[in-house]
Design a protein around this ligand. Sequence first.
Ligand SMILES: [Zn+2]
Length: 341
Amino acid sequence: MTTLGRLSRLTGNWIPAALARPFGAPTAVFFHGVEQQISDPALQVNQHRLDAFEDVARLLKRDFDVLPLSAMADVLSRPAKHARALFLMSDDGYANTLTTAAPVLKAYDLPWALFVSTHHIDTGEFTPPTLTRIFFLEAPRGAHDLPHFDTPVFLGARTQREAEAVEAWKHLKNMPAPHAIRVLEFMKTVLAKTGAGIKAKYESENFLTWDQVRALDRAGVEIGAHADSHWAMHQDQPQDFLREQALRPKLRIEKEIGHCRFFAYPFGQRGDIGRGAWEAVRDAGYQNAFTTIAGTLNASTNPWLLPRYGLAAEESNLAAFLPVLRANNPRLRTWQSQIGT
Ligand SMILES: [Zn+2]
């Protein structure tokens, strides 16, 4: 979490919810998946524990007007009229959003949107950060000469592997996608040889099928795009890669669901989105797109670079905390102007 995030969370916890509410502004928040229990926190970084997620749902219902994304245009045009408005979203498309998250959100009658990375729904492949973590945990002990890494990676004890995985991922995420894809292919080949039953062992990271995505659509969940492959759309990516990452998931989701109006950038921080990314998303015909940069929705001057807040593993006082996100609005606007807004 950023320093601002830590500070504002601290401040937020000191403000009683009833006091903070009148100073609110419309916000968007997101989660990834929900599991009954978290058995491996180093790997299941994207999963909420079910009872903590139920607490979040209860707070959202009590303290906010949780709206469907179809209300976004009205909220952006008249934010002052929607001070309690909140949009709830889930990224990636984990299978447990259907089995574990959806029943909770239905019980509280909370509308939500799901952003899927279509390549992963098509193939069932793990996301690149998940595959990287699994490789570093499961690959045989010894040296591995990963493509586009300056030196071989040595894998030994579990704690050392976890630390190496974090460093390797930082390097990998910033590579141009054609290079990074070669690294992932190398990892997949090594893992296939271990015969370790990886899919079953890391079940929480598995994806929905298209049948399941359609079931969520029929249940009223807005299906949006989270790029095609779950890669950063940073400024060093080739332009044709960015265009494909924006356009292919839209066409794929339209074919399965009938419409796809919204986009969420993978990772979604400043370094993960260049000018070419949001222009490709705009040109593909999306109504709005979401980052993971802190801010409130009234602040944005660019409808394809909207702010969003990632829900922490446990949240006790969202009504006090979320209005504090507006402290980051000036930085959001500065960044938007830096990348061409
Ligand atoms: Zn994601």
